[in-house]
Write a protein that binds this ligand. Structure first.
Ligand SMILES: Cc1cc2nc3c(=O)[nH]c(=O)nc-3n(C[C@H](O)[C@H](O)[C@H](O)COP(=O)(O)OP(=O)(O)OC[C@H]3O[C@@H](n4cnc5c(N)ncnc54)[C@H](O)[C@@H]3O)c2cc1C
Ligand SMILES: *[C@@H]1O[C@H](CO)[C@@H](O)[C@H](O)[C@H]1NC(C)=O
Ligand SMILES: *[C@@H]1O[C@H](CO)[C@@H](O)[C@H](O)[C@H]1NC(C)=O
Ligand SMILES: *[C@@H]1O[C@H](CO)[C@@H](O)[C@H](O)[C@H]1NC(C)=O
Ligand SMILES: *[C@@H]1O[C@H](CO)[C@@H](O)[C@H](O)[C@H]1NC(C)=O
Ligand SMILES: *[C@@H]1O[C@H](CO)[C@@H](O)[C@H](O)[C@H]1NC(C)=O
Ligand SMILES: *[C@@H]1O[C@H](CO)[C@@H](O)[C@H](O)[C@H]1NC(C)=O
Ligand SMILES: CC(=O)N[C@H]1CO[C@H](CO)[C@@H](O)[C@@H]1O
Length: 497
């Protein structure tokens, strides 16, 4: 336990824990900050993770409303030698918003969601507890937008901490690329700001590994005018695994041509209708001039493909209807009701653009899905998100300008599998299916293939995660961690050690 009060040395463990808790409770009480402790009837719900594969008991879940309150809480945690963690939208795949283990002091940011837009600079100041759907709506009202993922309930705090990809990202970059400055609370409770001018080193670390260095309370983000036209599209095929393997290679080759930045897409793979098949789809968003411009972009790819089984274009042509469609029909999280939960395991594989997937690896991948996937008793999908390719704004950012480690990926392949009823327990063969899926790809590539993994799709079972998530930036991040968080306040699975 991290809770080691001086008095605890001569007291039994149980007493020590109670003593710490009351110190914490008093401190929070004195500061007038809402807090939920074990034993409170709201505790179970307050400490519920999005992924029910996990079950953690935080020291307390605390609800600040101001930066100063966040500072007070962090300082209390620091003094009590507790691990402290921020929870924004609570959508971490491995419940890192609860600290990823028991006994963490959880700072829930759900009461810090303000958004203020300055028309003269185009900069929005957004508190980090805001959800993506609400941010999209508020910005749309002033004709502006940001690049981010599609789930309306994801918190901007956790999203921007480690990346933030959506279909507009090939045009506008990752959401962390839009941060101009941020207000952050450091391990001892100090409130500071980080930008290119103020604490540039910290600013570098926070854009890619924020959770290891502080609690971001708000961010100034450079917004863009919303595109005059937007559409979400989806082309679907039912295929034998060999055709799916060839189709993936065709899409990969197409992606590396001079495709417009306004074209965002992913390959979506789901279970086929019979063993040996997979369902292969290209889904994306187009933020260019018109539907004709999208169709013209797709011509060279569709020309080498069989006729699709299904084609779907959605939305009324506006940016917000495209985002709403991607978000499953709703963006306003206040009226949409509470978000659901799931019981799942996920892994990611970032493929290098200068060393793309070979036909052999694509075939091993599709064969795994067509047989092991078809037979699996879990509910899976694969999304190979297009990060790179022609004219990608993600990869135009120099790799060392932020701590986000991979600016040369062609695809971020996400493999995800859940229980059918969304409830625990998660079966062991769900793990092995995904482990093999990824290892079948890497084994078919040459030795030393320099792939990576995406820190916002964290995998609690990944080996060599320091390198796969943080790549060449790990040593610098580690040195900075010793400087900014010497006593280990912000410590959690896959965080900088
Ligand atoms: C349904 C779903 C859809 C998704 N879609 C996409 C997608 O399209 N694109 C994409 O890129 N990702 C996507 N993700 C992944 C998502 O980006 C991450 O799960 C993200 O970290 C979630 O942020 P959160 O604030 O909701 O989660 P939380 O669990 O609250 O936080 C996640 C991590 O960030 C830390 N953190 C949160 N707030 C702060 C803060 N203010 N300061 C410092 N650290 C903080 C937490 O401590 C934790 O370690 C999706 C996830 C889910 C569950
Ligand atoms: C449970 O927690 C969620 C946020 O995590 C909140 O929206 C909801 O109101 C809570 N439900 C109850 C019954 O307290
Ligand atoms: C953490 O807490 C949960 C819920 O109380 C409990 O089931 C689990 O065993 C605890 N884990 C550890 C490692 O103590
Ligand atoms: C949320 O913040 C507002 C002020 O910003 C405050 O009035 C309110 O009491 C806070 N709610 C909680 C639950 O702390
Ligand atoms: C499997 O794919 C082949 C090739 O597209 C198709 O002819 C067949 O109908 C598919 N099987 C099922 C059950 O969908
Ligand atoms: C674009 O392609 C889709 C799918 O083939 C088709 O339904 C649509 O009519 C085309 N739009 C234009 C403007 O040509
Ligand atoms: C398009 O859809 C959006 C989102 O549903 C809606 O707000 C808007 O009014 C619609 N615009 C038109 C012109 O239909
Ligand atoms: C289709 C395929 O090649 N599947 C293999 C994936 O890896 C596991 C473990 O090595 C093998 O058992 C599968 O045959």
């Amino acid at each position: 336990m991290a809770c080691t009060c001086a008095a605890g040395l001569i007291l039994a463990f149980f007493t020590s824990l109670a003593f710490c808790q009351s110190t914490l409770e008093h401190g929070l009480n004195d500061a007038g900050i809402t807090a939920i402790f074990p034993g409170n009837s709201a505790y179970k719900n307050a400490s519920r993770p999005f992924n029910l594969r996990f079950d953690f008991s935080p020291a307390a879940v605390v609800y600040p409303s101001t930066v100063r309150e966040v500072s007070t809480i962090v300082h209390l945690g620091y003094s009590e030698k507790l691990r402290v963690v921020a929870r924004a939208g609570g959508h971490s795949y491995i419940a890192n918003g609860l600290g990823g283990e028991n006994g963490t002091l959880v700072i829930d940011l759900s009461n810090m969601t303000a958004l203020k837009y300055d028309a003269s600079s185009g900069i929005a100041t957004i508190e980090s507890g805001a959800r993506l759907g609400d941010v999209a709506l508020a910005l749309n009202d002033v004709g502006r937008g940001l690049p981010h993922g599609s789930c309306p309930y994801v918190g901007i705090g956790g999203h921007a901490a480690g990346g933030g990809f959506g279909f507009p990202s090939r045009m506008w970059g990752l959401i962390l690329d839009r941060i101009v400055s941020m207000t952050v609370v450091l391990a001892d409770g100090t409130i500071t700001s980080a930008s290119n001018d103020a604490n540039p080193d910290l600013f570098w670390a926070l854009r890619g590994a924020a959770s290891s260095f502080g609690i971001i309370t708000s961010m100034e983000m450079a917004t863009s005018p919303i595109p005059s036209y937007a559409v979400i599209f989806s082309y679907n095929w039912q295929m034998k695994y060999e055709s799916a393997a060839t189709s993936f290679i065709k899409f990969q080759a197409f992606a590396m041509t001079d495709i417009p930045a306004e074209f965002g897409a992913e390959v979506v793979l789901t279970s086929g209708g019979e063993a040996g098949n997979v369902t292969f789809a290209i889904t994306g968003g187009f933020f260019g001039e018109s539907e004709t411009a999208l169709n013209n972009t797709l011509v060279p790819f569709l020309a080498v493909m069989p006729s699709p089984t299904n084609v779907r274009y959605t939305g009324n042509g506006t940016w917000i209807s495209a985002l709403q469609d991607l978000g499953g029909g709703v963006l306003d999280t206040h009226t949409a009701g509470p978000d659901g939960t799931n019981t799942f395991y996920a892994k990611s594989l970032m493929t290098p653009q200068d060393d793309p997937i070979t036909y052999e690896a694509s075939e091993a991948f599709m064969k795994s899905l067509a047989y092991d996937g078809y037979a699996s008793d879990t509910n899976w999908f694969v999304q190979a998100e297009l990060y790179g390719g022609g004219n990608s704004a993600i990869n135009a950012v120099p790799v060392d300008s932020t701590s986000f480690a991979t600016r040369s990926a062609l695809f971020t392949i996400q493999v995800y599998t859940a229980t059918y009823n969304n409830a625990p327990p998660f079966p062991d063969d769900g793990f092995t299916f995904l482990d093999y899926l990824v290892s079948n790809i890497t084994a078919a590539m040459h030795t030393g293939w320099d792939y990576g993994a995406y820190v916002n799709y964290p995998d609690d079972r990944l080996r060599d995660w320091q390198y796969l998530y943080y790549k060449s930036h790990y040593p610098r991040l580690k040195a900075m961690k010793a400087q900014y968080d010497p006593t280990g306040v912000f410590v959690f699975p896959i965080g900088i050690e």
